[in-house]
Design a protein around this ligand. Structure first.
Ligand code: GLU
Length: 285
């Protein structure tokens, strides 16, 4: 099977050194394996995505010496595809609509009887205010968020979930990883956001399958989300690729770089006259 990987940035700001590390790592691994490196545009959040940032991504990656097959896949063009997957999960009785605001979720999670609020890979763990006792019937609503009923979803898979990690999670996790306790540590994740159609978790799983991605190479910040992705693959009968999570590039204070760190943007280094070789050297490649 041909080695296929992808780099999937969101066009919501400039690429920084951490993105360069991720993209070059994936590109180098694909090249070494005689495989294919895809660029994918994760622009599911249209309220924050900008064409100018997408153009900058193309420009920066070409400048770094990377190339990929065209045309690239854009999430914003694939909403009907994600909707099909949601309908399938809805028909399986695994989704319910949720009208809670962020403030509602915070308030419920910090109510005295609930103890300290618990964070999972998807933010605050949902306390289940809108979760129905029995699966909802009828037409899937499209004007509200849809959550996965985690307990029901886990009960509907027949054998333990597992994935193979050839890199390392933030706590040194490697080899065969078996998620557990997802009801408590992940909870009912959002699979469709109101006005956005699909959440990151759903779209990334469908995209990886449709592009026949064999190796997902990405930062350790997404390690904890992988168990959600593996569960969705099982529910939707999709293959589970191999995962390789890499360490994150941090600033002098040890903080993970973010899009707002304009000072570490590739475009800033380019404007200052840095070469692609210099960027590779700065990130230890
Ligand atoms: N779009 C995601 C990000 O920019 C990456 C998705 C992935 O690699 O799975 O963090």
């Amino acid at each position: 099977m041909t080695f296929r990987t992808r780099f999937a940035p969101s066009p919501t700001g400039p690429l920084h050194l951490g993105h360069a590390f991720s993209a070059i790592t994936a590109y180098d691994m694909a090249t070494a394996a005689g495989g294919i490196f895809h660029l994918r545009i994760d622009d599911i959040d249209q309220s924050r995505s900008r064409p100018a940032w997408e153009a900058q991504i193309f420009d920066d990656l070409h400048w770094l010496g990377l190339s990929w097959p065209m045309p690239v896949l854009r999430q914003s063009e694939r909403l009907p595809r994600y909707c099909d997957a949601l309908l399938r999960l809805w028909d399986m009785g695994l989704l319910y609509s949720c009208s809670c605001t962020r403030a509602d979720i915070r308030a419920a999670a910090s109510a005295p009887q609930e103890g300290a609020p618990l964070h999972g890979p998807d933010g605050l763990i949902y306390s289940g205010t809108c979760r129905p006792a029995t699966p909802p019937k009828g037409v899937m609503p499209i004007d509200s968020a849809l959550r996965l009923d985690m307990a029901r979803a886990l009960a509907s898979v027949s054998s333990p979930l597992a994935f193979s990690e050839s890199g390392e999670g933030p706590n040194g996790e490697t080899g065969s990883i078996t998620p557990h306790n997802m009801v408590q540590t992940v909870g009912d994740v959002v699979l469709a956001r109101r006005a956005m159609g699909a959440s990151y978790h759903l779209s990334v799983v469908i995209d990886d399958a449709d592009q026949s991605i064999t190796h997902v190479i990405r930062g350790q910040d997404l390690f904890a989300a992988t168990q959600i992705h593996v569960l969705l693959q099982r529910l939707l009968d999709l293959p589970t690729p191999l995962y390789h999570h890499h360490g994150l590039i941090r600033d002098a204070q040890g903080k993970r770089l973010a899009k707002r760190d304009d000072a570490r943007a590739i475009k800033t280094y380019r404007a200052e006259g840095a070469s692609p070789a210099k960027i590779r050297q700065m990130i230890g490649l």
